[in-house]
Design a protein around this ligand. Structure first.
Ligand code: IVH
Length: 720
């Protein structure tokens, strides 16, 4: 590589300024992230800074420097813990953000190795912190953080308290060796822990004491929990680990592929990364990455990508390391789900229950591949707890399909004149006073006849999850409300007698030219709307129940209630205790129904709906005895199935009486292994369990007798 660019002096001076600025910024962010566990910017923003620096260093080789953050990893260890020198440097990974970049990486390796084809392993890239564990004669003797890659912090005592980290290995491990893995906090544990902190803060607030900070995300929570001065605190935190690599190993001969190494390590009881898979070429590895992108939220832990590794350890050695990154592995990064932007205003809208819902109007920003301009803010308490203000730079997160959330403000960028936001004293739609409900900490409009409540209630009634009246959307409802043609759901059925009148409304009717004048009359649009209204009468009890908009009553519990009670009257007349006894209903929903039914106006609505002929009962089919031929058996499913999704298959097995578990043990009756099955399959093999494939699964669900026969067959298990 040349060490001089052909750029002019002034270009180089400008580039040097930028490079110095970027280096200083990156070092500062490294310190915030690695040492203080308090990042100010999102990973994607950090990656962008890093990319820009690397590009400038490539374009202007004269600016390269051995202390550039592109040549070193993370931040030097802090002062709380003893320093551990890593015998072998702990590396970082280069990134690929799309298929071309992944293929380009493979091509660079192919050029170096002078061959085209080899196998790969993909593993989830778990978002936590890297740890090196040394085992001597099967006992954990040292645990260290990555630090700057050369030296990390001694966190042995802290790691000993994590249940998932074995203190004593089983089998015949090498006499002394080091493994590397990612310590992480599962999402459920993170939510529970933050909820606990919030509760504690409520107490502290009441007592006027200083509050604890909530963790921003599971990764910071894992890092913060591992780096506790008191190892006893670490032991109370919901932490886990995924081992992804053998570091060094003395006096033993490890397998010669990464894939086999993972299997080998798991034989000693080490929890290797879940859902690892082996692929016979880069195309298959890329396909796996793309599938992972679609189901990035499917794991109980947070993933920020997929690690693609060359499987053959000999080839890994040939490829070697460049800077701080191995050439034999790369991180396939998901499009970011977090980004920061400016919160321009906090606005409110009125929900169907009259709740005043604050939301953030944002300077548009792309998050997870989608342009985001609004994010929910729940309620005033939440805004205060997170300390969010208009004008703040805020971190936005979008997970899966859910509405974007404002995670936290970046206090360092808060404008000096910013003020706490106040809830409007009056409803934005009708100007009646707003009142706070202590139970759910929400503010409500005090006017029952608020036009916004009517609008939202009607939209909800006509929505797909309720009565599914196509053609009766937000715009049409607003218009009909304005013309006083409807006020509540029962009025919708009154429209059936108003075909001609509706026809004269320009945006609903059909334009005809008569006697030289434009007129509007009922046409196809009205007929479709009226047909949809008519059809909704027989939509059924559970949808009607949803449509009434009783607080907390949604699709799932409505159908449980409909099945149990059989008619709307029976549900509305049942005492709270009886309602709460229904599996999946519970006291909150029960109370809410009773409260709704105590209101005379609501009963009059019900009577008018009944009078309009809306079906409010279900015909009960005779109860057929349910057959559960797989009672007493327990299955585990792993890998991907093409004929159905795993949850579908699991539900069908359960319906046949079987138990379905997530981990393989000697009590597992059989493992159904789909494509790319990884560690569970290996474990099942080790335990000598029967392993069945997708065809077996499909056949078994069609005819459970086939499965029962398979399970008692004499052939050696695990052969497929
Ligand atoms: S392999 C050569 N595999 O990602 C480096 N890393 O950005 C070996 N990580 O420092 C890393 N899950 O902390 C590997 N399945 C996985 C991983 C993984 C998470 C972390 C690890 C590493 C960082 C690199």
């Amino acid at each position: 590589m040349s060490t001089q660019s052909s750029a002019s002096d002034s270009e180089i001076i400008a580039a040097r300024d930028r490079v110095e600025l970027l280096r200083a910024e990156i070092l500062r962010h490294n310190h915030l992230y690695h040492t203080l566990d308090a990042p100010e910017i999102s990973d994607a923003e950090y990656d962008a800074l890093f990319h820009e620096l690397r590009r400038l260093e490539t374009d202007y080789p004269e600016l390269a420097s051995a202390d550039s953050p592109t040549q070193t990893v993370g931040a030097a260890p802090g002062r709380t813990f003893a320093v551990v020198e890593h015998r072998q440097r702990m590396l970082s990974l280069g990134n690929a953000f799309n298929g071309e970049e992944l293929i380009a990486w493979q091509q660079r390796a192919a050029d170096l190795l002078d061959r085209e084809q080899w196998t790969y392993v993909t593993e989830p890239k778990i978002d936590g912190l890297a740890i090196a564990l040394v085992y001597e004669r099967g006992r954990l003797v040292q645990a260290a953080t990555r630090g700057d890659g050369r030296a990390g912090e001694d966190v042995t005592a802290n790691l000993r308290g994590i249940d998932a980290v074995p203190n004593q290995l089983s089998g015949s491990p090498p006499p002394i060796f080091e493994v590397r893995g990612e310590v992480f906090m599962p999402k459920a544990g993170f939510d529970a822990m933050n909820a606990q902190i919030a509760e504690e803060n409520q107490r502290r607030r009441d007592e006027g004491r200083a509050e604890l900070t909530l963790y921003a995300n599971p990764r910071n929570a894992a890092a913060g929990s591992v780096r506790q001065k008191d190892a006893g605190v670490t032991a109370t935190r919901p932490l886990s680990i995924g081992i992804y690599q053998l570091g060094w190993c003395d006096d033993a001969v490890p397998p010669d592929s990464h894939w086999e190494t993972l299997g080998w390590l798991s034989e000693f009881g080490l929890p290797t990364t879940p859902e690892a898979a082996r692929h016979d070429g880069i195309d298959a590895a890329l396909a796996a990455c793309e599938r992972w992108t679609q189901r990035r939220d499917s794991q109980p832990f947070e993933m920020d990508g997929v690690v693609v590794k060359v499987d053959d350890l000999g080839l890994q050695a040939d490829l070697g390391i460049v800077g701080r990154e191995p050439r034999w592995a790369i991180a396939w990064k998901f499009p970011p789900q977090e980004a920061s932007t400016v919160l321009e205003r906090i606005l409110v809208n009125v929900g169907r229950t009259g709740s005043i819902n604050p939301y953030a109007r944002l300077r548009p920003v792309r998050v997870g591949g989608v342009q985001v301009t609004n994010a929910t803010l729940h309620n005033l308490d939440d805004i205060r707890r997170k300390d969010i203000r208009e004008g703040d730079t805020v971190v936005i997160r979008r997970a899966g399909e859910v509405i974007p959330q404002v995670v936290r403000p970046v206090l360092e960028r808060r404008p000096e004149d910013s003020l706490e936001w106040e809830m409007p004293k009056v409803c934005p739609a009708c100007e009646a006073a707003t009142v706070r409900n202590a139970e759910d900490a929400m503010h409500y409009c005090s006017n029952r006849a608020c036009p916004a409540i009517m609008q939202r209630s009607l939209e909800h009634f006509a929505s797909r999850g309720a009565m599914d009246i196509r053609g009766l959307g937000e715009r049409q409802i607003a218009l009909l409300l304005q013309l006083n043609l409807i006020r509540d759901p029962a009025d919708v059925y009154g429209l059936l007698d108003k075909r001609e009148e509706l026809g004269t409304i320009p945006s609903l009717g059909q334009k005809v030219r008569r006697d030289g004048e434009d007129r509007y009359e009922a046409g196809k649009r009205i007929d479709n709307l009226l047909a949809a209204i008519e059809a909704s009468k027989s939509r059924g009890l559970s949808y009607l129940l949803v449509g009434l908009g009783i607080r907390h009553v949604g699709g799932e519990n409505a159908s449980l209630l409909a099945d149990e009670f059989g008619s709307l009257d029976a549900i509305l007349l049942a005492p709270a205790e009886t309602l709460a006894e229904v599996d999946g209903v519970g006291p909150v929903i029960a109370e809410s129904i009773v409260e709704w039914a105590l209101d005379g106006d609501n009963w009059s609505l019900v009577h008018r709906l009944q009078a309009a002929g809306v079906e409010d009962e279900i015909e009960r089919a005779e109860h057929e005895p349910v057959e559960t031929p797989l009672e007493g058996l327990r299955f585990v499913l792993t890998g991907r199935f093409s004929a159905m999704t795993r949850p579908e298959a699991e539900a069908q097995l359960k319906a046949l009486g079987a138990g379905v578990g997530s981990s393989v043990s000697k009590n597992t009756s059989a493992l159904f292994a789909g494509e790319a099955a990884g560690s569970k399959r290996r474990k099942a093999e080790t335990l000598g369990l029967r392993i069945l494939d997708e065809d077996d699964l499909v056949e078994s669900l069609n005819d459970p007798a086939v499965l029962l026969a398979r399970l008692t067959e004499e052939e050696p298990p695990g052969v497929d």
